[in-house]
Design a protein around this ligand. Structure first.
Ligand code: UDP
Length: 235
């Protein structure tokens, strides 16, 4: 096994699958199976899930909702996804804990770093919901920060693109994929991997990021075993 403890970042948008809003049950099932494979290998798993399939803070401004209020709404959206994922994982036979960046005590535990580490050591999958708990951040920043806090060895950013490209592959057919790239190069070439806050946190703490296609069966387990899937970003 290449990694003992990972932080998996799933976007809310990916959870939408073929739908235009909300949660696609097939996608949720697929994620559950992929996570199960890695769990069975004995890997400790922390998960951060986004909320873009339900609500984004920036979109609030257009509808006359204050930005900060919108961000809190976005955080609650991530919690809805996190609860769905928690339920699916438990139905799949895994032990989980949901920890929230905002206190919602009847639903989940508040985030307490030492407790999160303890859960991981005990083999529970820890899902971090409600982002960092502060407006003007993203779930990518949450992924970087929580990964550092719980001492994960890598951030695995599952997307629908299979890595980092020289240009947007959906727009430019000549774009090629990097197998590995340094933090510095991503910065100099202005490639989009994560938002700057999230990216800088990883860079300054020497935390590698792997961008990969989470929708392809087997990718997550291959990655954990050290196969070169997606794009690895290191110092
Ligand atoms: N958000 C926030 N602080 C955080 C995490 C998230 O304010 O620490 C809000 C923000 O408005 C964001 C929304 O929650 O737009 C949903 O998260 P994100 O856009 O990162 O989800 P994804 O794109 O991964 O689905």
């Amino acid at each position: 096994m290449k990694y003992k403890r990972i932080l998996l970042k799933l976007s809310g948008e990916a959870l939408m699958g073929e739908k235009s809003y909300g949660i696609d049950p097939n996608r949720l099932q697929q994620y559950t199976q992929e996570i199960r494979k890695v769990k069975d290998m004995g890997v400790e798993i922390a998960i951060v899930i986004g909320g873009g399939n339900i609500f984004r803070g920036v979109q609030a401004e257009k509808s006359g909702i204050d930005r900060v209020q919108g961000d809190y709404m976005g955080m609650l959206a991530t919690l809805i996804n996190a609860m769905a994922l928690q339920s699916a994982l438990e139905q799949g036979g895994m032990y989980t804990r949901l920890m929230s960046g905002i206190k919602i005590e009847s639903v989940c535990e508040p985030f307490i770093r030492r407790r999160a580490i303890r859960h991981l050591e005990k083999g529970r999958i820890v899902i971090f919901g409600a982002g960092i708990g502060n407006p003007y951040f993203t779930t990518d920043s949450t992924a970087s920060l929580r990964a550092i806090e719980v001492e994960a060895e890598v951030v695995l950013k599952g997307t629908r693109v299979d890595g980092v490209y020289t240009a947007d592959p959906e727009k430019d057919p000549t774009a090629t994929k990097y197998q590995t790239i340094s933090f510095q190069e991503v910065y100099e070439k202005n490639l989009s991997v994560m938002d700057m806050t999230a990216f800088t946190l990883c860079q300054e703490n020497n935390l590698p990021i792997i961008v990969f296609d989470m929708n392809k069966d087997g990718n997550l387990s291959k990655l954990v075993q050290g196969e070169k899937i997606g794009t690895l970003i290191t110092s």
